[in-house]
Ligand binder design. Sequence first.
Ligand SMILES: Nc1ncnc2c1ncn2[C@@H]1O[C@H](COP(=O)(O)OP(=O)(O)OP(=O)(O)O)[C@@H](O)[C@H]1O
Ligand SMILES: [Mg+2]
Length: 446
Amino acid sequence: MNLRFRLNLIVTLVLLIILAISAVQAVNNARKNVRAELESAMVFAMHMLAAELRHINRSEGFGAQDSTPFRLDQLANIRHLLIVFYDLENNLIESNEATPQQGVATAPNWFKELMHTALQDTPNKRLPVYADAAKVGELVVSPEPNSEISEAWAETRMLLLMMILVFLAVNIMVYLVVAHALRPISHITKALSDIESGHLETRLPIFKLPEMASISQKFNTMAATMQDSILHNQHLTQRIIRLQETERKSLAQELHDEIGQHLTAIHVDASVIKQSTDPSASIKSAQAIDDIACHMMSILRSMLKRLRPGGLDELSFVDALQELIDSWQLRHTRTKLSYQIQANLGLNDEAIQLTLYRVLQECLTNISRHSSATDVSINLEESKTTYSLKVADNGKGFEVDEQKSSFGIAGMQQRIESVNGRMDIDSKPGGGVIIMVSIPKQGETA
Ligand SMILES: Nc1ncnc2c1ncn2[C@@H]1O[C@H](COP(=O)(O)OP(=O)(O)OP(=O)(O)O)[C@@H](O)[C@H]1O
Ligand SMILES: [Mg+2]
């Protein structure tokens, strides 16, 4: 069941309950009104009839032989009441019945029945009639509610009709408002599907509703960020591939130039030794082989160093960092470098070691290339859950949001993310740079 239908259903149910309560209330009011109206009419009629009787007795006296002594037929247009005169034998002498107004009530049966139940305990009123101190009959006044019921029905029907109209109007309005408010949802769903299928250029229009407008703004910012970072990653990957290619070429070149040449020389010297009968020539060739072997070993070491930071293999991690810092300090004597590395760093994870080493290396390279700093401080420590590295300089700083196409910082970021860490750069032009890295220990999250 979709949201629009559900909202409309809830509103309809609430309105129906209100409508039902109002209808019951309206019918109840009608019952009270009919009863009050008829009771007051009966009281008034009784009062008038009693006065009439007193007047008749005082003046000409009651003419019992008269066939219509009260002229009740002239009270035909008295509404809501049936006035009947019976003689002592209970014969009907006269009544005001069958007036045009008193006809049949036009209300539906259920309504009539409800109204009649309201009058059930309203007793007929009786007024004895005397002539010369002898009872000659009885005037009986009883409620004749048909016309009153018709009136009450007309009013109630109007009220109910108005309530139904309000019900319909509110329902239509709610439907339209909800439909209007939810229209952006189909746009959002489509945009999300587009993004899912790789169309990162998808953007949402700015909707009129403020809440929806903020969703589309946030969505667009998110899509733009995703698009940027994917583009950035593509550039980074391309650059890494280019660098790898260059590195391979240069290694191949070196292998060819150095190792190939030297192996040929060894081969020649070995042949000389094999064929020579002169021991001094053999010794010379052996010496040459020894020299070449030493040279090749140093070439091999320098090649390996390029492939992996040598210090990390040969020294402990802390010593390797210290060597990196010391050699940087040696080359930058004008910069005052202070560092603090927690001595008992229990760091055995090779991936984290390499990440911290490379990050520090890039930070120091950036400081020498871009900062013109006079003070640099490095701090590496470990807490219960994380390793934290902080590198700060007092150089010229930079606008973090504006550097986009660089790879050093992006590379650091990638390395750090690959070990679930995070990096924060705090810098502004003229204000130095602080780079803070935190990497969770294995089994923790940053
Ligand atoms: N310590 C620093 N002081 C001042 N500016 C810096 C510092 N570190 C980085 N920057 C600025 O940030 C930019 C991005 O640095 P990043 O290391 O990503 O790229 P790069 O050093 O220019 O090139 P490479 O991709 O070779 O590292 C630099 O060009 C420089 O303007
Ligand atoms: Mg750099």
